[in-house]
Design a protein. Structure first.
Length: 542
C-alpha cells in the first residue's frame, strides 16, 4: 500500500518536461471537465425552463466580473513569470509571492464588501428588461455567489498558478472536474426541494472542493506562504504589469455585461440561448486554445529570457499552425452539425424546439471566431513572456469597443435576434487576433509568414471540403437511417458524421502534405506515455 501511495503521488505531482506534453495533459483534463460542464447544462435544461435559467446565469454576471479581474487580469498575465523569476531563492520567493497573494486577497475582500453594498442598484442597471420579481431573485443568488463561491475560486486559482509555475498540471486540471461534479450532484439531489437554489448551492460546494483538492500543491512546491505584505520589487512589478491587463479585462467584462443587458430586451430565454451557444463555442477554445496558452507561458518566458529569439519566432509559427490544424475543422463541424449538437448537449425536457433552433443559429455564428479565439490566448502569452501587457490591452480595448458598437447597432437599430450578438463577437475577435499577430510580427522583426499562409490555406481547404461532404451525408442519414426523434439516435448521427468528417479531413491533409499531420503522431506517442505510466503504477501496486 505504501508503494502504491508513493507511485500515485509521483504520478499526480510529476512535472511536465515540454510545452507540448503540458498542453496535452491540460487539454485532456479540460475535455473531461467540459463534458461534465455540458452534462451540468443538460441537467439544468431538464429541470428548469429557459426563463428560470435566465435568472441563474444572470446571477453570475457580477461575481464573474470580479473573478475575471483578479484571475484573468492579474494571475494569468504576470504571476507565473514573476514566480519563475524568484524561484531560485526560497526567501525571495516567499516574500514576493506572499505579498502578491495577500494583495489579491485584500482586493477581493474589498470588492465583495463594496458589491454587497451596491448590488441592488447594479443588478437593476444591468437587467433593465427583466421584471422586479426576476431581478430580486438575481440579487439574492448573486449575494450567495459573492460570499460562498468567489473566495474559494480565487484562492483555488492562485494554487493553480503555483502548480503551473512548477510545471505540475494534473491536480489543477482535476479541480474543475470536481467543481462540476459538486454542481451536478446538488441539482439531482435538491432540485425538487430547493428549486433554483439547488444549483446555486452546488456551485458553492463545487468551489470549496475546487480549492481543497489543490491544497497539496503548496506542500509540493518550494514556496512557503507567509501572512506578510511588503513593498517588494516583485510586488511593484506585479502591480505595474497587471494594471493594463486588469483595465483590459474590465472593459471586456463591461462588454459581456452589455450582452446581458441587450438580451433582456429580446424576450424570455434569450440570455440562456446566448449563454449556451457562447459556452459551446468555448469548448474547443478552452480545450485547445486556453490549455495551450496556459502551458506555453512558462516555456515562452524561459526561451525569451535566454535570448533565443529565432527559436521564439519558430515556436510562434509552429504553435499557430498546430492550433489551426485542430480548431479550423472543429469550427467547420460546429457549423454543419449545429442542430444535432445543440439537441445532444442542451436538449433537456424543458428546452423547446424554438430555443434549440435559436441556439444552433447563434452557435454557428460564434463558430466563425473559434480559430481566431483559440490563437488569441497563445498570442497574449507571447506578449506576457516579455512582460508586455500594454499591447494586448490597447488592442483588446479597440476590439471590445467595436464589438459593443456593432452589438448596439444590431439590437437597438436593426432589431435583430440574439444571434446577431454572435456575429459582432466573431468580427471583433478576428480583428483582435489579427492585429496582435501583426504587431508581434513587427516587434520580432518578421517571421516565416509564407509558411503560415501556405499551411493555413491547405488546412482551410481540407476542412471546408470535409464539411461540405459531411453536411450532405448528415442530411442523407437523418431520417433515412437514424430516427432522430430520440436522443440516442442523435448521438449516433453525430458520431457517424464526425467519423466521416475526421477521416476525410485526415485523408485530405495527408494528400495535401499538411505538415501538422505529424501532430497526430505526437499526440498518440504522448497518450501512450501516459498510459504506460498508469499501467506501471497499477502493476507496481499488484
Amino acid at each position: 500500500m505504501n508503494r502504491f501511495i508513493h507511485k500515485t503521488t509521483q504520478f499526480v505531482f510529476s512535472k511536465q518536461r515540454s510545452m507540448f506534453s503540458s498542453a496535452l495533459l491540460l487539454a485532456c483534463m479540460i475535455v473531461i471537465s467540459r463534458l461534465f460542464g455540458f452534462l451540468r447544462y443538460r441537467i439544468l435544461a431538464g429541470y428548469f425552463s429557459t426563463e428560470q435559467l435566465d435568472i441563474f446565469f444572470a446571477s453570475f454576471r457580477i461575481p464573474d466580473l470580479v473573478f475575471e479581474l483578479l484571475i484573468t487580469g492579474a494571475l494569468t498575465s504576470s504571476f507565473i513569470p514573476i514566480y519563475i523569476q524568484y524561484q531560485n531563492s526560497k526567501e525571495d520567493l516567499r516574500i514576493n509571492v506572499s505579498s502578491i497573494i495577500n494583495v489579491i486577497c485584500l482586493v477581493l475582500i474589498g470588492c465583495i464588501i463594496i458589491l454587497l453594498l451596491f448590488l441592488n442598484p447594479l443588478i437593476y442597471l444591468i437587467t433593465p428588461g427583466y421584471s422586479s420579481t426576476k431581478i430580486n431573485e438575481i440579487i439574492t443568488y448573486s449575494r450567495f455567489l459573492l460570499i460562498g463561491q468567489l473566495p474559494f475560486l480565487v484562492v483555488g486559482n492562485i494554487l493553480t498558478g503555483i502548480g503551473q509555475a512548477n510545471k505540475i498540471f494534473l491536480l489543477s486540471a482535476l479541480a474543475p472536474i470536481i467543481y462540476n461534479l459538486g454542481i451536478i450532484i446538488s441539482i439531482i439531489l435538491f432540485a425538487g426541494s430547493l428549486h433554483l437554489l439547488a444549483p446555486v448551492v452546488g456551485v458553492i460546494l463545487g468551489a470549496v472542493l475546487f480549492f481543497v483538492v489543490q491544497l497539496p500543491l503548496l506542500a509540493k512546491s518550494d514556496f512557503n506562504y507567509s501572512f506578510i505584505l511588503r513593498k517588494t520589487e516583485g510586488l511593484r512589478k506585479f502591480v505595474r504589469i497587471t494594471i493594463p491587463r486588469i483595465v483590459s479585462v474590465l472593459v471586456a467584462q463591461i462588454d459581456a455585461t452589455v450582452d446581458l443587458t441587450l438580451t433582456t430586451f429580446l424576450g424570455a430565454g434569450s440570455y440562456t440561448i446566448f449563454y449556451f451557444a457562447q459556452h459551446f463555442q468555448l469548448l474547443p477554445v478552452s480545450v485547445i486554445g486556453i490549455s495551450f496558452g496556459q502551458a506555453s507561458l512558462p516555456y515562452l518566458s524561459e526561451i525569451y529570457n535566454e535570448g533565443k529569439i529565432e527559436e521564439f519566432k519558430k515556436i510562434i509559427i509552429d504553435s499557430i499552425l498546430n492550433l489551426f490544424f485542430l480548431v479550423i475543422p472543429i469550427s467547420s463541424f460546429f457549423i454543419l452539425a449545429r442542430i444535432p449538437l445543440v439537441r445532444l448537449f442542451f436538449g433537456g425536457e424543458k428546452f423547446d424546439w424554438g430555443s434549440t433552433v435559436q441556439t444552433a443559429i447563434t452557435l454557428s455564428f460564434f463558430s466563425f471566431s473559434i480559430p481566431a479565439h483559440s490563437i488569441y490566448y497563445f498570442l497574449t502569452r507571447c506578449y506576457y513572456a516579455f512582460l508586455d501587457t500594454k499591447t494586448p490591452f490597447f488592442v483588446g480595448l479597440a476590439s471590445i469597443l467595436i464589438n459593443t458598437a456593432i452589438s448596439l447597432f444590431f439590437i437597438m437599430i436593426l432589431k435583430l435576434p440574439v444571434w446577431s450578438l454572435a456575429i459582432s463577437f466573431s468580427i471583433s475577435m478576428t480583428m483582435n487576433s489579427a492585429v496582435l499577430f501583426y504587431l508581434l510580427y513587427k516587434k520580432l522583426g518578421g517571421m516565416n509568414l509564407s509558411l503560415l499562409l501556405t499551411e493555413s490555406a491547405k488546412i482551410c481547404f481540407a476542412a471546408l471540403s470535409s464539411a461540405v461532404f459531411s453536411y450532405y451525408l448528415m442530411k442523407l442519414l437523418d431520417g433515412l437511417v437514424f430516427d432522430t426523434t430520440r436522443t440516442i439516435n442523435v448521438f449516433f448521427l453525430v458520431a457517424a458524421v464526425l467519423f466521416a468528417f475526421v477521416s476525410l479531413y485526415s485523408f485530405l491533409s495527408w494528400i495535401l502534405n499538411v505538415r501538422e499531420m505529424y501532430l497526430i503522431t505526437k499526440l498518440l506517442i504522448k497518450a501512450r506515455e501516459y498510459r504506460n505510466r498508469i499501467v506501471e503504477l497499477y502493476t507496481t501496486y499488484e
